[in-house]
Write a protein that binds this ligand. Structure first.
Ligand SMILES: C[S@@+](CC[C@H](N)C(=O)[O-])C[C@H]1O[C@@H](n2cnc3c(N)ncnc32)[C@H](O)[C@@H]1O
Length: 281
């Protein structure tokens, strides 16, 4: 009851505020700032909520993501595929929480979850990222999606209610600064990789790292949350990053498995060197 009243008050005051501020550019900036704070606040209060625009509300998002992840887990469960789940781009932990729930539900008992994010938002953009529709329209800027201090610990704590503590790893920092050290002694392959870091540059760095270090194996599911950013133009974003990576690693191919939501695509990686399989007993 109290929650409902507070929510209504927030909506009313927000509408009033929008009317007053609509007139100026500064107004829009202030509103964006408020939206972001509100999101961080919501996340901090335990309600993991994927921020999307009004017509695409939480219930729909939950259904879409849940169904898609289900499809991936059903197939992954039926395959002789060992390994962990790696997520690049955690933000406030919405999809991380979903992964933890699915690991539990599908009884992936030996699967750990490794979550990577700067938690201070997007890094400085390279030229190709600056050329995107998202940068041109101001949806992405350096530092956008920064979350409040301590959110990495909060995500860990929240997930520890679902999975054993030693199977959750939250790694804070830019990928470029953390991956080398983290994977040095890990010696784990990937069963599922979730690349949700928006940028061409970040996605390419992650893919290159995973292929170079053979963390991706024959059959790994690679989920690209941002496949269709910049209108899905193959010269930009995750599509461009993937095309370049496949040129660098020609003995790998990616087969599309499904797509969901607003332009997210799931692929299965195939190691073309594999022609004759013998599994260890
Ligand atoms: C769209 S959000 C991730 C959304 C998240 N999966 C969810 O469920 O809400 C993108 C995230 O990628 C992170 N990111 C992008 N490039 C990065 C990089 N090079 N290093 C670390 N984090 C990065 C940003 O900090 C941001 O939190």
């Amino acid at each position: 009851m109290v929650k409902a009243i507070v929510k209504k008050l927030m909506r009313v005051s927000e509408r009033g505020l929008k009317k007053v501020l609509k007139i100026s550019k500064t107004g829009t900036k202030i509103l964006n700032f408020i939206e972001l704070r509100k999101f961080a606040f919501t996340a901090c209060n335990g309600c993991f909520f994927k921020y999307v625009d009004k017509p695409f509300r939480r219930k729909t998002v939950d259904r879409v993501y849940c169904d898609a992840f289900n499809e991936v887990f059903i197939l992954a469960k039926s395959l002789p595929l060992k390994g962990d789940i790696f997520e690049f781009g955690v933000f406030a932990g919405y999809t991380s929480l979903l992964f933890a729930k699915k690991i539990n539900e599908f009884r992936f008992r030996d699967t750990s979850l490794h979550l990577f994010d700067s938690f201070i938002g997007l890094p400085e953009a390279v030229e190709l990222d600056k050329n995107s529709y998202e940068f041109a329209s101001g949806v992405w800027t350096e530092g956008s999606m920064r979350v409040c201090e301590g959110l990495d610990k909060y995500v860990h704590k929240k997930l520890a209610k679902i999975l054993p503590n030693d199977r959750i790893h939250v790694i804070k920092g830019f990928f470029e600064d953390t991956l080398d050290a983290y994977f040095k002694n890990l010696n784990k392959k990937a069963k599922i990789v979730h690349i949700d870091c928006d940028l061409y540059s970040s996605s390419k760095y992650v893919l290159d790292f995973l292929f170079k270090n053979e963390i991706i194996q024959d059959g790994t599911f690679i989920i690209f949350d941002d496949w269709m950013t910049s209108l899905g133009n193959p010269n930009l974003g995750q599509r461009k990053a993937t095309q370049e990576i496949l040129e660098m690693y020609p003995h790998w191919s990616l087969e599309k498995y499904l797509n969901y939501g607003i332009g997210s695509h799931v692929f299965i990686a195939h190691d073309l060197r594999v022609t004759n399989v013998s599994l260890e007993k």
